[in-house]
Design a binder for this molecule. Sequence first.
Ligand code: SAH
Ligand code: SF4
Length: 338
Amino acid sequence: MLIYNLTHEELVSFVTEHQHKKYRADQIWHWLYKQKVQSFDEMTNLTSDLIDLLKANFEIKALELVIKHLSTDGTIKALYGLTDGNLIESVLMKHHYGNSICVTTQVGCNIGCSFCASGLLKKKRDLNAGEIIAQIIETERLLGERISYVVVMGIGEPFDNYENLLKFLSNINHPKGLAIGARHITVSTSGIVPKIKEYAHMGLQVNLAISLHAPNNEIRSKLMKINKAYPIEEVVDAIRYYLKVAKRRVTIEYILIDGLNDSKETALELVQLLKGLNVYVNLIPYNEVIEADYKRSKTETMEAFYDILMKNKVQVTLRKEQGHDINAACGQLRSQQL
Ligand code: SAH
Ligand code: SF4
């Protein structure tokens, strides 16, 4: 088993059950999360029998870098091979306030949104927590710098891999782990209603983003077949529920597609739908993918959409994209050697 799959408590139990002192777990986590060593032999303050015990029970390496693409804006797309040969991608973005990474949670995605490159690959399997953590650790090593922001917006639907997602969040947030502040982490979901409600009770300070992309069922069902299972009224109800229970603002993601969801009427309908909710809308210029027929909205249309939301007192931003030249922008992630 990958050692990054253990929580700190689980590692403490493991070492104490094997007649080692509890503080050894802290030392091991220090090597794993602070020093980011690539072998147990590098854990030089452990006894040799503890190193042997770790080697007999765990693996430390989850990923192998296959290709690294560097964008002109500094964005890095890393293609990683998992130990079973599957390929995944992580994207590192540089901002003035620090480095952020977009991590993958599944090999492929079963939600199958019609506009998304990731959804074209049927899900082969879930990633385990350690494989998601390893994307941050490997990419930090690649970069030689600390990563302080995480978005769970790569390939996959995080709420369709719920237990692993929670363990991942807990280990990267843990002060003895990667110590990434919960408010620096954002999880994005396509709107799996029961999971949004469950997640509301977790008491996490992690940001939640919901991919809405439309103000009504007619448009949303064209874009996201999950809307048949969880129609927009149920998604909005779940958002209301989350706001009440978790008392944290929700981000609404809304990609702008030419002639589909970008009209003035649609903007006004969105204003109505979100009225009174503590949300902020992140408008995302659509990134065209070869297999889909959709086009990005015109700049003036996106600005007009933005203005309508602003004028109607909906908090809104128009996302600036990164990594477009290397197909690393949203929805362009697909595990192949491009
Ligand atoms: N499965 C989750 C998280 C990964 S997708 C979800 O759907 O929320 C992360 C974000 O990228 C989502 O808001 C998604 O709708 C958006 N996205 C997907 N394809 C895109 C594309 N081609 N252009 C712009 N954004 C896209
Ligand atoms: Fe899956 Fe999200 Fe892409 Fe939809 S947008 S197919 S849920 S990764």
